[in-house]
Write a protein that binds this ligand. Structure first.
Ligand code: NAD
Length: 447
C-alpha cells in the first residue's frame, strides 16, 4: 500500500472552490496538515486576507481557525504538493453546451501535478466526471511524470457528495464511495477517509463504478425534484395541497424499495444538478445508449422559474390587482437555501419573468455577492428585508435562507393584501393560516 500505515498525513487539496474549501477546512479541523492550492490568485489573496467568498454556514470560521493554527496553508504554488502524502483534486468540471465534459481545469491540474508528484503518494480525484475519465484522462496525464499508476503512486476516485447549504455537516457524516485503479489504491483511499473523518466508506470494484455513483446521486435528485414539481402542478389542477400528497406517498418505508419524493420548488440550479444529468446522458449517447429520464428531469425543472413567476402574476390578478402596477419583493436569489452561490440559479429566470409582467421588482439576499448579483439580475440589491418589502404587493421567497425562516410578517411594511409566494414549499398549514389572519394572501407551488 502507498500510505502503508503512515501517521500524521500531509494532504494537498488542488482547487479551493466551494468543495475544495470545505474539504480543506474540514481536514485541517481534524488535525491534518493541509495545503490548499488554487490557480486563481484572487481567491488565495482573499483567503490570506481572511475573506471567504463562499457563504456556507461555518466555513469561514473553520477555514480561518485552520489557517491561524498553522494547519492549513493556501497558495497558488503547486511546489508543496511534492511533500504531501495524499493529493485531492477538487477542480471544476463543467459541461459544454452539448453535455460533454469541459475538462480544461482537470487537464491543467493533472499536467501541473505530473511535474510535482513523487513515488508513494496517493492521488484522489473528487471532482464529478463522466465514467472512464479517471482512467482515460487523469491517469495518462499523471503518468507523464514517468511514474506508473498503481505501481509508483495510488489513484482513486472518491466523489464529493456534499450539498451546498449543509456542506460541512454532510462532509462529516455522509458515506464515502471509493473506487481505485487497483486494490491497493482503493484500500488506501478507504483508509484515508476512515481515519481522517471517521465516516463510513463504501468500497467499489472500479473507478468507473464510483464515477457512476456520483452521477446517479444527482440524476436521482434532479429527476425526483422534477417528480415533486409535476405532482405540484398536477395537484393544483384538483385544488389539492401537494405537500399532503408527498408526505402520504412517502409513508411507505424506503426499505420496501420506494424512493422519497422530494419537494417542489422554483427550480433547480447550482453547478451540479444542472450539469451532472447531462454528463450521464452524453456519455451514454457516445456509446449508443439514449437515456430518456435525465433530459426529462432537466426539462421539467428548467420550466419551474417561469411557472412559479406566473403563479404570483395570476394570484395578484385574482386579487383584483394589476400586476403591471404591482411591486414584487424577491427574497433569496441564490440557487438554493443557505448558500450564496448564484451559479445557474433558477431565480434569475423567475425574476426576469416577474420583471416583464410587473411594475417594480426589488431583490434582496444577504448571502450573495452584491456586485455579482446586480450584474446577473440587472437590478440593485436592497440592503435589508424592510427596504425590499416596503409597500410590496407580493413577497416572493425564492431561497429560504435561515434569515428568512422566522420573518416577522406582522411587522413587515408591505401593502394591504400582500401575497406571499412560497417558492420552496416551506410554510406549514398552520403558518399559512397565521399569514392569512394577518391579512396576507398565500400561494405555493402546488399549494
Ligand atoms: P468551483 O468552480 O467552485 O472550484 C473549482 C476551483 O478549482 C476554482 O477555484 C478554480 O480556480 C480551481 N482550479 C481550476 N483549475 C485549477 C488548477 N489547474 N490548479 C488549481 N486550481 C484550479 O467548483 P466546485 O463547486 O468547488 O466543484 C468542484 C467539483 O466538485 C466539481 O467537479 C463539482 O461537480 C463537484 N461537486 C460540487 C458540489 C457543489 O455543491 N458545489 C458538490 C459535490 C461535487
Amino acid at each position: 500500500q502507498f500510505l502503508s500505515g503512515k501517521k500524521d498525513l500531509k494532504v494537498a487539496v488542488i482547487g479551493l472552490g466551494y468543495v475544495g474549501s470545505c474539504i480543506a477546512a474540514t481536514l485541517a479541523d481534524r488535525g491534518l496538515d493541509v495545503v490548499g492550492v488554487d490557480a486563481n490568485p484572487k481567491l488565495i489573496d482573499e483567503l490570506s486576507d481572511r475573506y471567504c467568498r463562499f457563504a456556507e454556514h461555518g466555513l469561514a470560521e473553520l477555514l480561518f481557525a485552520g489557517m491561524d493554527a498553522g494547519r492549513l496553508r493556501v497558495t497558488t504554488d503547486t511546489a508543496e504538493v511534492t511533500a504531501a502524502d495524499v493529493v485531492l483534486i477538487t477542480v471544476g468540471t463543467p459541461v459544454r453546451e452539448d453535455g460533454s465534459l469541459a475538462d480544461e481545469q482537470l487537464q491543467s491540474a493533472c499536467l501541473e501535478l505530473s511535474t510535482r508528484i513523487r513515488k508513494g503518494q496517493l492521488l484522489v480525484l473528487k471532482s464529478t466526471v463522466p465514467p472512464g475519465t479517471t482512467r482515460g484522462t487523469v491517469l495518462p496525464l499523471l503518468q507523464r511524470s514517468g511514474l506508473v499508476g498503481g505501481r509508483d503512486f495510488g489513484l482513486a476516485f472518491t466523489p464529493e457528495r456534499l450539498a451546498e447549504g449543509t456542506a460541512l455537516a454532510e462532509l462529516n457524516s455522509f458515506p464515502i464511495v471509493a473506487g481505485g485503479l487497483d486494490a491497493d489504491s482503493a484500500a488506501d483511499a478507504a483508509e484515508f477517509w476512515r481515519s481522517a473523518i471517521g465516516v463510513e466508506v463504501i468500497p467499489l470494484d472500479s473507478l468507473e463504478a464510483a464515477e457512476i455513483v456520483k452521477l446517479a446521486d444527482n440524476w436521482w435528485i434532479d429527476l425526483n425534484i422534477a417528480l415533486g414539481n409535476e405532482l405540484a402542478k398536477f395537484s393544483a389542477l384538483f385544488g389539492v395541497d401537494v405537500l399532503d400528497v408527498i408526505s402520504a406517498a412517502n409513508s411507505i418505508p424506503k426499505g420496501k424499495g420506494m424512493v422519497n419524493i422530494l419537494l417542489p420548488s422554483v427550480g433547480v440550479g447550482g453547478s451540479c444538478l444542472t450539469k451532472d444529468p447531462w454528463m450521464a446522458w452524453y456519455s451514454a449517447r457516445e456509446r449508443g445508449l439514449e437515456i430518456l429520464t435525465a433530459p426529462a428531469g432537466r426539462q421539467v425543472n428548467a420550466g419551474m422559474p417561469e411557472y412559479t413567476a406566473q403563479l404570483a402574476i395570476d394570484e395578484l390578478t385574482k386579487q383584483g390587482k394589476d400586476p403591471a402596477t404591482s411591486t414584487i419583493a424577491v427574497l433569496g436569489l441564490a440557487f438554493k437555501n443557505n448558500t450564496g452561490d448564484l451559479r445557474a440559479t433558477p431565480t434569475k429566470d423567475a425574476v426576469a419573468a416577474l420583471a416583464r409582467a410587473c411594475g417594480e421588482v426589488r431583490i434582496h439576499d444577504p448571502l450573495v455577492e452584491v456586485a455579482e448579483a446586480e450584474a446577473m439580475f440587472g437590478l440593485p440589491v436592497t440592503e435589508s428585508v424592510e427596504d425590499a418589502v416596503r409597500g410590496a404587493d407580493c413577497v416572493a421567497i425564492l431561497a429560504l435562507h435561515r434569515d428568512f425562516a422566522d420573518l416577522d410578517f406582522a411587522a413587515l411594511p408591505v401593502a394591504d393584501d400582500c401575497l406571499v409566494l412560497d417558492g420552496r414549499a416551506y410554510y406549514s398549514r398552520e403558518k399559512i393560516a397565521e399569514l392569512r389572519a394577518l391579512g396576507y394572501g398565500y400561494r405555493g407551488i402546488g399549494r
